[in-house]
Design a protein around this ligand. Structure first.
Ligand SMILES: Cc1cc2nc3c(=O)[nH]c(=O)nc-3n(C[C@H](O)[C@H](O)[C@H](O)COP(=O)(O)O)c2cc1C
Length: 389
C-alpha cells in the first residue's frame, strides 16, 4: 500500500500519501497534547476546574473554538473564536454551535459535581442570525452555590469519552439497555433520538440505506477540493505539529510524517478523485461503515441557534451515556452538511429518518457499536482559551 503511494509520488502525480484516514490515527501523540485528559486534578480555582472538564468536549474537526472570559467573578462568558470556523463544510456554523453546546453541557456537569448551579443564559446579547456567528457571547454562565443541585452520573464519563473511528464489531449489536440509556440521556433537551441496529427485526433495508448514504456523502466530501482543503488546513502531521497546535485532526502514520518532513505532502492542493489518498480513504471508510452494527440520530424541531446549542448538549450526553455502556460512537456529519454538493445525501437522509425540511433538522447522525479503544484527541488546555484579563 505504501509502495503504491510512493510510486505515484515519484511518478510526478499529486502527493497522495495519506494512507491513513485524516483523523483517528491513534498512536504516538505527544504528551503535552494529551495532558488535559488527566483532568484538572487539584486545581484550586473553581471556574478553572470546571473549565478543565468543559474543554474535553467533542468539537467538529477538534477546532476547540471556545473563548472564555473570566473577568467577572463567579461568571464564565463564552464566545466563539471567529478564526476557528469551517466555512466550506459548515457554512452556517451549525456544527460550531453544537460544539459550544457540548462544552456547555460538560461545564454544567462539572459545576453540579461541585455543588454549583450553573445559571446559563444563551446569547445574552442576542442570538446570531442563521448565516453567521459573530463576536457576541454564546453564553453567560453564573455559578451559584446550591445544596439542592444534583450530581449527574455522566460526569464520571468525561475523561473516558472519545470519538472512536475504528472498525466496529459487526457481530456485537448494541444492547437494548444501552440504546435506552442513550435515549434517556437526551431527556433534559428537546430533541428526538432515533436509532437502528442490525439485531432489530426487518432492519436490513434500513441499515443498508444508512450505509449507502454515509458512503456517498463521504465520497463527495473527499472529492470536493475545497472541503478537503479545509480539512488539510487543520491537519496536524507528526509529533511536532501536533504538540505545537494541540487541536485539529492528528496524523501520525510514519509514512505520511516522513513525506511531510521531506516537503512531499503538499497540503495546498487537494488530491484528485483517482489519487490514492482519495481512493484509499473511501475504501477505508467503507470498511468501517460495513462493520457498523447501529446508527443513531438526533432531530430537532427548528434550527435556530439555541436549538443548535441544545443539540450539542444532547449529543454530549448521548455520547457520555454510550461511554458508560462501553459503546463506541463516531459522528457522520457529511450528509448533514449544508454545502451544495451534499444536497443529494442531505435529502436522502432526511427522507430515511423522516425529518422533513424545514420543520425538522437532523443535527447529529452517528455510527455506534463496540470497538477497540482509541487514544484521546489533543486538547490545548484551559489557559489557551482564556481571553486576556
Ligand atoms: C458537531 C460535531 C460534529 C462532528 N462531526 C464529525 C464527523 O463528521 N466525523 C468525525 O469523524 N468526527 C466528527 N466529530 C467528532 C470530532 O471530530 C471530535 O470530537 C474531535 O476530533 C475531538 O475528539 P474527541 O471527541 O475524541 O475528544 C464531530 C463532533 C461534533 C461535536
Amino acid at each position: 500500500m505504501h509502495r503504491r503511494a510512493f510510486v505515484r509520488l515519484v511518478g510526478g502525480g499529486v502527493v497522495a500519501a495519506a494512507a491513513a484516514p485524516l483523523a483517528g490515527c491513534d498512536s504516538g501523540l505527544p504528551p503535552e497534547a494529551l495532558a488535559p485528559w488527566q483532568g484538572p486534578g487539584q486545581e484550586p480555582d473553581l471556574r478553572r476546574w470546571i473549565l478543565g472538564h468543559a474543554i474535553l468536549a467533542p468539537h467538529s474537526h477538534n477546532l476547540q473554538s471556545w473563548l472564555v472570559d473570566l473577568r467577572t467573578p463567579d461568571e464564565i462568558l463564552l464566545r466563539c473564536d471567529p478564526t476557528r470556523l469551517l466555512p466550506e463544510t459548515d457554512p452556517f456554523s451549525r456544527q460550531i454551535m453544537m460544539s459550544h453546546g457540548t462544552f456547555i453541557e460538560l461545564l454544567d456537569l462539572a459545576a453540579r459535581e461541585r455543588g454549583q448551579r450553573a445559571e446559563i443564559t444563551l446569547f445574552p446579547e442576542g442570538e446570531f442570525g442563521p448565516e453567521k456567528v459573530d463576536e457576541r457571547p454564546v453564553a453567560r454562565i453564573r455559578l451559584v452555590e446550591d445544596s439542592n443541585v444534583s450530581r449527574d452520573p455522566l460526569f464520571a464519563q468525561i475523561l473516558k469519552r472519545h470519538t472512536n473511528r475504528n472498525v466496529y464489531d459487526l457481530e456485537r449489536p448494541v444492547p437494548a439497555a444501552a440504546w435506552q440509556a442513550m435515549a434517556d440521556a437526551v431527556q433534559p433537551h428537546p430533541l428526538r433520538l432515533g436509532f437502528v441496529g442490525t439485531d432489530q427485526p426487518d432492519s436490513a433495508d434500513e441499515i443498508r440505506a444508512h450505509r449507502e448514504i454515509a458512503n456517498a456523502a463521504w465520497r463527495i466530501e473527499l472529492t470536493t477540493p475545497r472541503a478537503m482543503l479545509e480539512s488539510y488546513k487543520v491537519l496536524r502531521v507528526g509529533q511536532a505539529e501536533i504538540a505545537q497546535h494541540r487541536d485539529g485532526l492528528s496524523l501520525t502514520d510514519p509514512m505520511v510524517v516522513w513525506m511531510a518532513r521531506l516537503g512531499l505532502f503538499d497540503r495546498s492542493q487537494a488530491p484528485g478523485p483517482d489519487d490514492f489518498a482519495t481512493t484509499s480513504q473511501i475504501k477505508d471508510f467503507g470498511t468501517k461503515i460495513a462493520s457498523t452494527p447501529g446508527f443513531l440520530w438526533l432531530v430537532s424541531r427548528g434550527n435556530d441557534r439555541v436549538t443548535q446549542v441544545n443539540a450539542g448538549r444532547a449529543y454530549a450526553r448521548v455520547q457520555l451515556a454510550g461511554t458508560a455502556q462501553g459503546v463506541a460512537m463516531h459522528p457522520l456529519q457529511q450528509a448533514l452538511q449544508e454545502y451544495p454538493e451534499q444536497a443529494r445525501p442531505y435529502a436522502a437522509i432526511r427522507q430515511l429518518l423522516e425529518a422533513p425540511a424545514p420543520a425538522q433538522t437532523i443535527q447529529m447522525w452517528a455510527r455506534v457499536g463496540f470497538a477497540p479503544p482509541v487514544q484521546p484527541a489533543p486538547r490545548r488546555g484551559v489557559a489557551a482559551h482564556l481571553v486576556a484579563s
